[in-house]
Write a protein that binds this ligand. Structure first.
Ligand code: FAD
Length: 620
């Protein structure tokens, strides 16, 4: 009989991060997945990061996770998106070599202490007295643990659609998980169906690259991990082509043959990652869409055409793909397809990503209604750590909207639920000026160190960087100059008689470091990365001062814990409608209660007063 502290089911992006985090934090962990080849598989596009998503990867890395390191090892083209906009909304992105990414993830997991990787199908959950005890495998074996994390992605009752052809599948080439889906349903959890799609894969040897526009990566690549400085492998360019009126006509004429438009799929799809059929219908005034031709690796001819995911029949895919410039003679290696699968309403979870209704069972990734590798991995981090702490009766770890995109996502999911596959955007974070991709380490690494799941190497690097930032910021604040001195160095400044520090000058837009150097030559002796970091901190310092008050208020409300048996029913002053919503949402603290739909400041004060009195529920 096998016993572990934590079992993680599924070796996708959520599962790998969950297993690594659980083991790193000291729990004896088993990762059980259908096949060992699953580790690090990218079901769709071979790319990591992007707007909002890149922030999540940086936060995962700041918590010593594995996604950023693997993306750096496998990155064949790095681009910092929104480079021309402010640093708060810039997102690192890398196109990855699929095989190298899988290799990097596998190696990181294989070298992880406390972690055992098993390949098997999890068939059933072992539950006793409403507490998870472990899992049962398809061959009848039982594996026991104190906590279980489910990360089964698109596999629960997954169905693949290519035109009117429908067959069961967890993704192309993999069978779905049916028994486990039925078992989850038997727990009485609210479930639904979602869908997503992927484009056909093309043979790069049959693309006419010569006539296509080229998109190179950045000249100075920005990596994901705070541990890395430069790409590990050769860098490549992508090609760019476009759909045209002929492409659109072919698609429009065949719409009823598409699985989505022919009415074969009920599930809701991602609005922000639409299929080419969706684009033609929703943006009917447009007669062209950009298509990026992204090589899937350094030693393969497979090309991923980004922007044309589809569930049209294979023959129609062939016709419309060949209507595009440069693709006139292209060969399709694998048709595009749509997949429909079960998800669990994330409002069944608390902020540790543990199920409210079943002690010790945690969920992370696409199973919670999200889409994307980064969203999955970030949830894996939260669920893996909490499963580990729970198994050893330690304090849970919670992420706040005020300190991370991870906190924003968890909060959105567990309170608002989802109506379509959830993906991260910078606009979801109200404190995005302080939650930047550049400062994820400053926001989160201390937490990883204090809670004991940060490697020594990272800790030393982090502490050195923090010390250097503190020392340089201090010197920059102490070095002050008169407006006249400043103007003499070519910096336009109000001649108001007030002395300004070097830090103040860095906070002004359009002040060149060269001009500051004339005024204060010491700046050239400080490591350029440290100067860059302080410059961004300075740029946002005025806004952040204002935000800090609101962040502090949220943090204060988060400290007021609401017990799960809190008696809303017998509270006077709350409307019946609000009582119902509160009983359904079961907010874990006052900040969460504030976000329950229909909450008023007066009702919040009543709840706070009751918390303070320590009033507990009488049976409701
Ligand atoms: P997955 O990566 O799906 O991993 C699930 C893992 O669970 C697998 O390793 C599987 O073997 C294992 N597993 C399942 N059942 C069992 C069981 N019973 N026992 C043991 N192991 C089990 N994302 C985007 O951001 N944009 C897109 O355009 C996009 N398109 C997609 C198109 C398709 C066709 C698919 C399949 C996915 C697409 N995705 C897209 C989603 C992206 O792949 C997922 O968001 C991401 O992989 C989710 O990670 P996960 O860890 O939750 O699940």
């Amino acid at each position: 009989m096998k016993h572990f502290d934590v079992i993680v089911v599924g070796g996708g992006h959520a599962g790998c991060e969950a297993a690594a985090a659980s083991a790193r934090s000291g729990a004896k962990t088993a990762l059980i997945t259908l096949s060992k080849r699953d580790l690090g598989v990218m079901s769709c596009n071979p790319a990591i990061g992007g707007l909002g998503k890149g922030h999540l990867v940086r936060e995962i890395d700041a918590l010593d996770g594995i996604m950023g390191r693997a993306a750096d090892a496998a990155g064949i083209q790095f681009r910092l998106l929104n480079r021309r906009k402010g640093p708060a909304v810039q997102g690192p992105r890398a196109q990855a070599d699929r095989k190298l990414y899988q290799k990097a993830i596998s190696e990181l997991l294989q070298n992880q202490e406390n972690l055992t990787i098993l390949s098997a199908e999890v068939y059933d959950l072992i539950v006793q007295n409403n507490h998870i005890q472990g899992v049962k495998l398809a061959d009848g074996q039982e594996v026991f643990s104190r906590s279980v994390v489910l990360t089964t992605g698109t596999f629960l009752r997954g169905k693949i659609f290519i035109g009117d052809i429908v067959y069961p599948g967890g993704r192309m080439g993999d069978k779905p998980s049916i028994a486990l889906a039925q078992r989850i349903e038997s727990l009485g959890l609210a479930m639904g169906r979602l869908k997503t799609g992927t484009p056909p894969r093309l043979d790069g040897a049959t693309i006419n690259w010569e006539i296509l526009d080229e998109q190179p990566g950045d000249e100075e690549p920005v990596l994901f991990s705070y541990l890395n400085k430069a790409p590990a492998v050769q860098q490549i360019s992508c090609g760019i082509t476009h759909t045209n009126t002929k492409t659109h006509d072919i698609i429009r004429l065949n719409l009823e043959k598409s699985a989505m438009y022919g009415g074969f799929i009920e599930g809701v799809g991602p609005r922000y990652c639409p299929s080419i059929e969706d684009k033609i219908v929703r943006f009917s005034d447009k007669d062209s869409h950009q298509v990026f031709l992204e090589p899937e690796g350094l030693d393969t001819n497979t090309v991923y055409p980004n922007g044309i995911s589809t569930s049209l029949p294979e023959s129609v895919q062939f016709e419309y793909v060949r209507s595009m410039v440069g693709l006139e003679n292209v060969k399709i290696l694998q048709p595009g397809y749509a997949i429909e699968y079960d998800f669990i309403d994330p409002r069944s979870l608390n902020d540790t990503l543990g199920l409210k209704a079943l002690d010790g069972l945690f969920l992370a990734g696409q199973i919670n209604g999200t889409t994307g590798y980064e969203e999955a991995a970030a949830q894996g981090m939260v669920a893996g750590l909490n499963a580990s702490f729970k198994s050893r009766e330690m304090e849970p770890i919670r992420f706040s909207r005020a300190d991370s995109y991870i906190g924003v996502m968890v909060d959105d999911l567990i309170h608002r639920g989802i109506t379509e596959p959830y993906r991260m955007f910078t606009s979801r974070a109200e404190f995005r000026l302080s939650l930047r991709a550049d400062n994820a380490d400053q926001r989160l690494t201390r937490l990883a160190v204090d809670r004991g799941f940060c490697s020594n190497d990272r800790r030393i690097l982090f502490e050195r960087k923090q010390d250097a930032i503190a020392a340089a910021t201090g010197s920059m604040m102490n070095a002050t100059f008169t407006p006249k001195q400043i103007q003499a160095c070519g910096i336009q400044i109000n001649q108001d008689g007030n002395r300004r520090s070097v830090f103040d000058l860095l906070s002004l837009q359009n002040v060149a470091q060269g001009d500051i150097e004339k005024l204060w030559p010491e700046i050239s002796t400080i490591n350029s990365e440290i100067v860059d970091q302080i410059s961004i901190d300075a740029l946002y310092s005025h806004y952040i001062e204002r935000q800090t008050k609101d962040q502090a208020a949220i943090k204060k409300d988060e400290m007021h814990i609401i017990p799960t048996d809190f008696d809303y029913q017998n509270m006077s002053g709350l409307s019946n409608e609000l009582k119902l919503k509160l009983k359904r949402a079961l907010p874990g603290n006052l900040a969460q209660a504030a976000r329950v739909d229909g909450m008023t400041p007066a009702a919040l004060m009543l709840i706070l007063a009751k918390i303070k009195q320590g009033v507990r529920s009488r049976a409701s």
